[in-house]
Design a protein around this ligand. Sequence first.
Ligand code: FDA
Length: 389
Amino acid sequence: MAQTHDVIILGAGGAGLFCAGIAARRGRRVLVIDHAPEPGRKIVISGGGRCNFTNVDTSWDRYVSANPRFARSALGRYTAQDFIALVDAHGIAWHEKTLGQLFCDGSARQIVAMLLHEAAGAEIALGSAIRDVTHADGQFTVVFGDRHATAPSLVIATGGPSIPKLGATSFAYDLGRRFGLKIVEPRPALVPLTLPGEEALFRELSGVAATVVARGDGPGFREAALFTHRGLSGPAILQASSYWRHRQPVTIDFVPDQSPGWLLAAKRARPRAGLRSVLGAALPDRLAEALAARIDAPSEMANLRDATLSEIERRLSAWQFLPNGTEGFAKAEVTVGGIATDALNQKTMAAKHLPGLYAIGEAVDVTGWLGGYNFQWAWSSGWVAGQAV
Ligand code: FDA
């Protein structure tokens, strides 16, 4: 079958569109195929409609992967500063919100418009279901809608299964497997955690937020945690969820700003106060009440032994919750896991065993922290593949 394009990119999300622009500007004939009716749908809704498009503190150790160092090469070759320069060149105004997170001043649609402008040289086929993908004689053939196309390079950029109602699927994994790529078991990440019945007391706190340090099986995140009617949410919990495994606890430091011995100091300063009242000075009122009820130390501070107060301090700074699950892919901002990195070339994102096949973006087992890291991975991995195809 005659070759119709140089590169076919499956998926018109951030990674696919960005890769298309880079390749098209190198003179490649690029076709992007997506089943959604519009491109970049996750970009449009991201960051509350303002797109947290990168993070100035981007670094490979802020990504979850079976091999986190894999991301280092692409992140180093196309950096947050490179993307900021592009955003500036398009006259898109932005601001840093917190923790290095950059957002558009206006609409996230500006980022989609920028990507489409950059990819003007590529053909983008939207609303096209992909019916078949085959490889023979060094050419990939994609049957989509009522058409087919052929190219020596195929880029898998169809993302992960988070938020299916936006058109997200596990297509990347099915296709990857078909072409001999391994899949690291996908699980929902940046997702609220649910608590079992015995933690019902905390459900009464639905709507209460506090600055905490939350930790799954990984680093601690100092941000806001939010109690919900189903369990725990808020940025600190979403971050911890990416490192959380079933049947493991999540540890929360409710008093990250208190130094060791603070309850002993409170005992000396306010001997007649109850624990509930002392906690109320350090925590939101309803949370102080719920924690004091669980600690069950009814007497005045003066009557509590120093050892007991030290133990209470320890509990408050390492409170363990045992979630019974997450709110799943329907609510997960991203997916941890995906196409295993060990079969990919970190400099180009090409499959080592099948030249011409590439995987980029969230489809790959590289998942960033909350705060612009995931889009930066989409840009960086899309850029290196766009240079190579
Ligand atoms: P993405 O999922 O964007 O694109 C994949 C494309 O493939 C889609 O257009 C889809 O329609 C298409 N596709 C899927 N299956 C297909 C099939 N079978 N056939 C054809 N096409 C198919 N990150 C960040 O850094 N900052 C932020 O502010 C946010 N905010 C945010 C909010 C919400 C609500 C969500 C859900 C996610 C975020 N993220 C984020 C994460 C970020 O959106 C995500 O990591 C990137 O969009 C991933 O880009 P990709 O291009 O890899 O996949």
